[in-house]
Design a protein around this ligand. Sequence first.
Ligand SMILES: NC[C@H]1CCC[C@@H](CNc2ccc(C(N)=O)cn2)C1
Length: 245
Amino acid sequence: MRFGVVTLFPEWVEQLTSVGVLERASQNGLISVTGFNPRDHATDNHRSVDDRPFGGGPGMLMQVDTTEAAIIKAREALPNAPVVYLSPQGRALNQPLVQELARLPELILLAGRYEGIDERLVDEHVDLEVSLGDYVLSGGELGAMVLIDAVSRMVPGVLGDQASAEQDSFAAHWLDCPHFTRPVDYRGNTVPEVLRSGHHGRIEAWRLQQSLERSWDRRPDLFERKRLTTTELSMINEHLSTLEK
Ligand SMILES: NC[C@H]1CCC[C@@H](CNc2ccc(C(N)=O)cn2)C1
């Protein structure tokens, strides 16, 4: 999967593929991240990329012509890519949307700076606005990098063990279960017996039970829009009966 990022800091976002699983994925040709910098299209001798907002007010906006030139360059390089604009006004990024985006062959991310971009550029070029959450960052780059990381994990072959992509809790909608490794006894706290039983059926059931209990205790909202299987229902009922005691 190919990612294009329209950003004033291309060297920053391109660092994504220099560490961890994304480095290996990039080396294996599974993903690529390319920055497109509006500053490369600046013609004045100050190479300016911002402009004053009509109507006054604090701050600047991204200049229309240099920003659009970078968007067009990105669209020429990635002709089948929808353009996603990172902004607090966007659709909330969640695992279902990540999985939807991961089905695309390529994607262009528009990382705003300053007070944003001219609404006419959004109307002309942006296919989808996406928000990471209800907070304001200095630019869209971190949002672009989070989105690239989450989407890239869904690309076949990026995660060594594809099962971990599926098993990852949010892929299955629930919060993750607790994990344990050596030593068996850590400061008097031992690893749950079941995980050392070698009984995979019981281990899987224990992990689902733990995920459900954590989800119930920490994120009851996750139960609002999810139909539970009979197994999940009985597990939650068991948990509730222990809570009521
Ligand atoms: N009005 C400020 C705003 C104008 C447009 C550019 C953004 C860049 N910063 C971002 C981008 C996205 C998010 C998020 N929650 O996904 C937060 N911050 C800042």
